[in-house]
Design a protein around this ligand. Structure first.
Ligand SMILES: NC(=O)C1=CN([C@@H]2O[C@H](COP(=O)(O)OP(=O)(O)OC[C@H]3O[C@@H](n4cnc5c(N)ncnc54)[C@H](O)[C@@H]3O)[C@@H](O)[C@H]2O)[C@H](O)CC1
Ligand SMILES: [K+]
Length: 252
């Protein structure tokens, strides 16, 4: 299947909103719901009281993580949210997601000096997605280092935080993920040797992009999610294929 650059992904987002009227909130809900579902699978379908730490940045990647936190808390997990900034530093749709978690009284804190990561069975990395600019700094940097020093596996949203979505190069520092759920179509950086090493097991989530939209980017993409909204991918010679998907799409 095709892979996208950051620029192409931003164009997908723009067309979704401006020409299809599919809002960021709807895309983020799909992203976060699929992320929560994959976390559930990762924890072998046994969520009740399982401790999960969600690391949430201030952008839309963070927003997707906050949506996942909501669903995981509703499904019985013991969710703790660690924000990179105080709630009043969040804006727009991510701020809306944070307010819902506060109304639900989901434990949330924002990173301060000398933070330790609470013991947990899974860390969800929603600090930075394809909006990375330069080496992670400030509290985001601290949280990346804390996550990497934890024994718990890390499940990253879209790309591991600190990974360049175009080149696959890891900034200093960057998340070393056990698994990554990328959105809509794989980002090109995930398919490079370095990107593969940092992303762990790769999955693709449906965020309701109409296949016909990709034609405006010159890409022919048939329905990918006919068998489900989270697809395990395998990478062969830099190409992303649907795992075990023989016959399900023309690329396998
Ligand atoms: N159609 C889609 O693919 C959708 C993707 N979604 C998610 O949105 C992000 C992209 O969101 P954006 O707000 O543009 O950027 P990020 O959240 O990735 O990052 C910006 C965020 O991070 C901070 N930041 C950037 N660089 C650094 C740095 N070096 N150090 C510290 N902090 C940094 C920046 O300040 C911002 O706060 C995409 O990856 C998807 O996960 C949508 O959720 C749905 C549609
Ligand atoms: K991330």
């Amino acid at each position: 299947m095709p892979a996208l650059t950051r620029e192409q992904m931003r164009e997908v987002d723009r067309i979704m909103v401006e020409e299809y009227g599919i809002t960021l909130l709807q895309m983020m809900e799909n992203a976060g719901r699929n992320l929560a579902w994959l976390a559930l699978q990762w924890l072998d379908g046994d969520l009740v009281d399982r401790p999960i730490v969600v690391l949430a940045g201030r952008g839309n990647n963070g927003g997707g993580g906050l949506v996942a936190a909501r669903h995981l808390a509703n499904w019985g997990a013991w969710v703790q949210v660690l924000c990179s900034h105080p709630p009043d530093a969040y804006q727009g749709v991510p701020a809306q997601q944070l307010a819902i978690l506060q109304a639900m009284e989901v434990p949330l804190a924002w990173a301060e000096e000398g933070w330790e990561l609470p013991p947990c069975d899974l860390v969800v990395d929603a600090l930075i997605g394809y909006g990375l600019k330069g080496d992670p700094r400030g509290r985001v940097r601290d949280l990346i280092q804390l996550a990497n020093s934890s024994v718990a596996p890390i499940l990253s949203l879209d790309v591991p935080s600190g990974l360049d979505a175009d080149t696959g190069q890891g900034a200093t520092p960057h998340i070393r993920a056990a698994a990554t759920l990328t959105l809509a179509l794989p980002k090109q950086g995930l398919l490079t040797p370095t990107g593969q090493a940092l992303s762990g097991d790769l999955y693709l989530a449906d965020i309701s992009v109409p296949p016909g939209l990709y034609r405006r980017l010159g890409l022919e993409v048939p329905p990918l999610f006919s068998a489900g909204t989270v697809l395990p991918l395998t990478v062969v010679d830099g190409q992303a294929l649907i795992q075990g998907g023989a016959g399900r799409t023309p690329w396998t």
